[in-house]
Design a protein around this ligand. Sequence first.
Ligand SMILES: Nc1ncnc2c1ncn2[C@@H]1O[C@H](COP(=O)(O)OP(=O)(O)OP(=O)(O)O)[C@@H](O)[C@H]1O
Ligand SMILES: [Mg+2]
Length: 254
Amino acid sequence: MNAVFEVSNLKKSFGGLAVTNDVSISMYPGDRVALIGPNGAGKTTFVNLVTGNLAPDSGDVRLGGETVTRVDAAGRVKRGLVRSFQVTRLFQDMTPAEHVALAILQRDGRTGRMFGNFLLMPGVMDEVTGMLHTLGLENLMHRKVNEIAYGQQRLLEIAVALALKPKVLLLDEPAAGVPQSDTGRIEQALADLPADLAVLMIEHDMDLVFRFAKRVIVLAAGAIIFDGSPADVTRDARVREAYLGSYANASHVA
Ligand SMILES: Nc1ncnc2c1ncn2[C@@H]1O[C@H](COP(=O)(O)OP(=O)(O)OP(=O)(O)O)[C@@H](O)[C@H]1O
Ligand SMILES: [Mg+2]
């Protein structure tokens, strides 16, 4: 199978500090990858670099075999690389229906039309309703974002990302800030993602990581120190030293 997403020898320094230090990752359709590592390891920076939100010092990014290193962020979204943010970036005065409709119109290159008319576009509304139903947000679709719970806002971000019909989805801590009582819904949404989608999730909650991931990549001080199976990651000496020590000792040693 050909890689749908390939990053090679990516490098970025901030004021002499190598935040991304020669990072190479390949992903395939259907991948479920967790990207883990200590605070400040460079996980979010990696996402910013590959999505075109930040320019690398060197290295290449390929999507479906095409080099996109010089393509801007919108062009990468159009080619199927979609991310969510560590901190919610929704519009507080807009509704979930409006957010998803906007994503659909952007995807289809129809943003030139009068946006307010989307309620009258049956095709768009059907897709909006279907997407919000999948994420359990259908009954909130016409409420303002600032009126819905944070966990539901994070689900809406996943809905917006999926409405863009990604081939590769990068999720930066999708459950961060969500009360424990609501993380189950997010986990269910992750479990229900399209089977052929390649997903990379950054996450600190190791229980969630081990339930989600079929492959784990560990980043420490800007470099990949492990890329392999969830079963092996807890046994890896470097990973235990850099990040996982207490978790591995507590519950996941075979
Ligand atoms: N724009 C910037 N300018 C200077 N330094 C930056 C910038 N963005 C990130 N950094 C630094 O790069 C390092 C990596 O940050 P990054 O946000 O990628 O870490 P992270 O792995 O996502 O951490 P966390 O788990 O806390 O989200 C940190 O030392 C951070 O302070
Ligand atoms: Mg981060």
